[in-house]
Design a protein around this ligand. Structure first.
Ligand SMILES: NC(=O)C1=CN([C@@H]2O[C@H](COP(=O)(O)OP(=O)(O)OC[C@H]3O[C@@H](n4cnc5c(N)ncnc54)[C@H](O)[C@@H]3O)[C@@H](O)[C@H]2O)[C@@H](O)CC1
Ligand SMILES: Nc1ncnc2c1ncn2[C@@H]1O[C@H](COP(=O)(O)OP(=O)(O)O)[C@@H](O)[C@H]1O
Ligand SMILES: [K+]
Length: 488
C-alpha cells in the first residue's frame, strides 16, 4: 500500500515526469475522467441518475468533460455546466471539451434542479484564491439535502496543501483523486469535506517518485510493523526496557494512566517517582508499578543514574513547580530517550533554547495539543503539517501535534499524518495514555519517530475498539485486543 502524500507542487512535478516518460497529459486526463465516471456509477449503485457535471476552467474541468462522455456512453442523462468561457479552455481541458459532443450550459445553480448526482469538477489542485461569484453560488447550491456530491481531486474551494477552505467548499460523499493523496485529504477542516476518498490509478508509474522525494506519509502499521517490539523467547524484563515516570502530587490520575498504558504496551518495568505525600495513591493503584518516593530533583537524578532506566516521561499531572523543571533538564543532560507532555509545556513556555542547550534531540518526543504547542513554539502560522515540521526542526525533537488529524514530524523533515482517531478520544486523560504508549515503545528501543507513529495509531485503534462511551481508563485495557486484532 502506498503511503506517500504529495503536495500540489509535487503533484505537478509528477505530471511533468509522467509526460516526460512518454505518457501524454490527455491520456492521464482520459483515465482520470474514466475513474470519476466509474466511481459515480458505484456511488449510485449501478443505477443511472440524472447527473450534473460542473466543469471549471482548468484541468479539473477537463476531467469533468471526460467523465461526462463516459457516463453518457453508459446511458446516463448528463448535463454539463461550464464555469467560464469554452473558448478560453486550454491544452488537455480544451481537448476533453472537444471530445464531449453533448450540450454545454453556463454553470448556474438552476442546472441542479432535478439532479440525482452532482459531479464537482470546478477546481482542483490549481485553486489559488477564495471562491467568489458564480463559483461560490454553485457550491452553496450543492448543499441540498439528498443531493449526493462526487468531487474530482478535491471538493472545489479546498486548498490542496493546507486543508483550508477558501471561501466555501461542498461536503462531498466521495472524492476521487489521482495517483497519490494530497495533504488536504487528511487535514481538517478539508477532511470533513472529502467524504470517502478514492485514489485512482491513472497509469503514472511509481518510479516517478524517485525524483520527487516525498516526505509526507499517512500513518499505518506497514510503516513500522517490522520495528514493533516483540518479547524475545528467552528474554527477561530488563531486555524490555525500564520506563521512568514523574508523578505529581495533586493530579495523580494523569501519571497513573500513562503508567498503566506503558505497562500494557510491554515496558519491562515501570517506575513512578513521586513526593512522599502521593506515594500511597500510586502504590495502591497498580501492584505491577514500582513506586519510588523522592523529596527533590536530586532524588530523581539518582533514579536517572541507573542506565537500565532508559526512557522517561515527564509532564502528565506533574504540576509546574521546580521539580518538573529540574527533572526535565536532568533527564535531557543524562542523554535518555523520552516523552515530554502536558505540564512540561507550561513549565518551559518560550524556553526552547534552554531545552536545546540541555540536550533536547531526536531521542525525545514532544506531544502537545494545539494550546500546549503555542506555549512552547509561539503563534506559528501555516497548516498543522507545516507548523509541526517547523517545530521539529526548531527543537531538534520529534513533534507529535495532537488532534483529530495528529501530525508527527521528525526534525529531518519527514512527516506522518495519523487518520484513525475517533472523536471519542477527545476526553480528559486520553493524551496521558498516548504519552504512556509512546514511552513503552521508547523503553523497548523503538526509534522515536516510529514510536510516536505507532503510539498515535494504537491510541486511535484503541479508541475505535472501545467506541462510544469510552473513558481514558478503557484505552490501556484495550491494548491487548488491539495488538491481537492487528497481529502486532
Ligand atoms: N496527476 C494528476 O493529479 C492529474 C490531474 N488532473 C486534473 O488536473 C487538475 C489540476 O489542473 P489545473 O492546474 O488546471 O487546476 P484547476 O483545474 O483547479 O484550475 C485552475 C484554473 O482555475 C483558475 N482559478 C483558480 N482559483 C480560482 C478561483 N478562486 N476563481 C476562479 N478561477 C480560479 C486558475 O487561474 C486556473 O486557470 C487536478 O485537480 C485534476 O483534476 C487530471 O487531469 C489528470 C492527472
Ligand atoms: N476530535 C478528535 N478526534 C480524534 N481524536 C481527538 C480529537 N480531539 C482530541 N483527540 C485526541 O485525544 C487526545 C487528547 O489529548 P489531550 O488533549 O492531551 O488530553 P489530556 O491532557 O486530558 O490527556 C489526543 O491524543 C488527541 O489527538
Ligand atoms: K473539484
Amino acid at each position: 500500500m502506498a503511503h506517500e502524500i504529495l503536495t500540489v507542487a509535487q503533484m505537478y512535478s509528477v505530471d511533468r515526469a509522467a509526460m516526460q516518460a512518454g505518457i501524454p497529459g490527455s491520456l492521464l486526463m482520459e483515465r482520470a475522467g474514466m475513474a470519476v465516471a466509474r466511481e459515480a456509477i458505484i456511488l449510485c449503485g449501478g443505477r443511472p441518475r440524472p447527473v450534473v457535471i460542473l466543469c471549471g476552467p482548468g484541468n479539473n474541468g477537463g476531467d469533468g468533460f471526460v467523465a461526462a462522455r463516459h457516463l453518457s456512453a453508459a446511458g446516463w442523462r448528463v448535463r454539463v455546466g461550464l464555469l467560464g468561457d469554452r473558448v478560453a479552455l486550454r491544452g488537455d481541458a480544451a481537448w476533453a471539451a472537444e471530445c464531449w459532443t453533448g450540450c454545454v450550459d453556463v454553470a448556474s445553480p438552476d442546472l441542479l434542479s432535478g439532479a440525482g448526482l452532482v459531479i464537482d469538477a470546478m477546481f482542483g489542485a490549481g485553486l489559488n484564491r477564495p471562491l467568489e461569484g458564480q463559483a461560490l453560488a454553485l457550491v452553496q447550491a450543492m448543499a441540498q439535502p439528498g443531493l449526493p456530491v462526487l468531487a474530482v481531486d478535491v471538493p472545489s474551494g479546498i486548498h490542496g496543501d493546507n486543508g483550508v477552505v477558501l471561501g466555501a467548499a461542498p461536503v462531498a460523499d466521495v472524492t476521487v483523486s489521482f495517483f497519490r493523496p494530497k495533504p488536504a485529504h487528511y487535514l481538517y477542516p478539508a477532511r470533513g469535506h472529502v467524504g470517502r476518498l478514492v485514489i485512482a490509478d491513472i497509469g503514472i508509474p511509481d518510479t516517478v517518485l524517485a525524483s520527487i522525494g516525498p516526505t509526507i506519509q499517512t500513518n499505518d502499521p506497514t510503516l513500522w510493523r517490522a520495528q514493533f517490539p516483540r518479547p524475545a523467547v528467552t528474554g527477561h524484563k530488563y531486555q524490555r526496557g525500564h520506563a521512568l515516570i514523574l508523578g505529581g502530587t495533586v493530579m495523580t490520575g494523569a501519571a497513573r494512566l500513562s503508567a498503566r498504558a506503558a505497562l500494557r504496551l510491554g515496558a519491562g518495568l515501570v517506575t513512578l517517582a513521586c513526593e512522599p505525600a502521593a506515594q500511597l495513591v500510586y502504590s495502591l493503584s497498580m501492584p505491577s508499578l514500582i513506586v519510588q518516593p523522592i523529596t527533590d530533583a536530586g532524588g530523581f537524578s539518582e533514579l536517572l543514574a541507573d542506565p537500565r532506566r532508559n526512557a522517561v516521561l515527564l509532564g502528565p499531572g506533574a504540576g509546574t513547580g521546580a521539580l518538573l523543571r529540574e527533572a526535565v533538564l536532568a533527564s535531557l543532560r543524562a542523554g535518555k530517550a523520552g516523552v515530554l507532555d502536558a505540564d512540561f509545556f507550561s513549565s518551559f513556555a518560550g524556553a526552547l533554547s534552554t531545552l536545546r542547550q540541555a540536550g533536547l534531540n531526536d531521542r525525545w518526543v514532544l506531544t502537545p495539543h494545539e494550546g500546549e504547542f503555542a506555549r512552547l513554539f509561539g503563534p506559528l502560522t501555516g497548516s498543522r503539517l507545516d507548523r509541526a515540521r517547523h517545530a521539529a526542526a526548531e527543537s531538534g525533537a520529534v513533534v507529535l501535534l495532537k488532534g483529530p488529524d495528529t501530525v508527527i514530524a521528525h526534525p529531518d523533515g519527514r512527516v506522518r499524518v495519523n487518520h484513525n482517531a475517533p472523536p471519542d478520544l477527545a476526553i480528559a486523560g486520553s493524551g496521558d495514555v498516548l504519552s504512556g504508549l509512546i514511552l513503552a515503545l521508547l523503553a523497548q528501543g523503538m526509534d522515536p519517530f516510529d514510536a510516536a507513529s505507532t503510539g498515535a495509531w494504537l491510541h486511535g485503534a484503541a479508541g475505535q475498539y472501545c467506541g462510544r462511551g469510552l473513558i481514558a481508563e478503557d484505552l490501556p485495557e484495550a491494548v491487548p485486543a488491539v495488538l491481537k486484532q492487528n497481529n502486532l
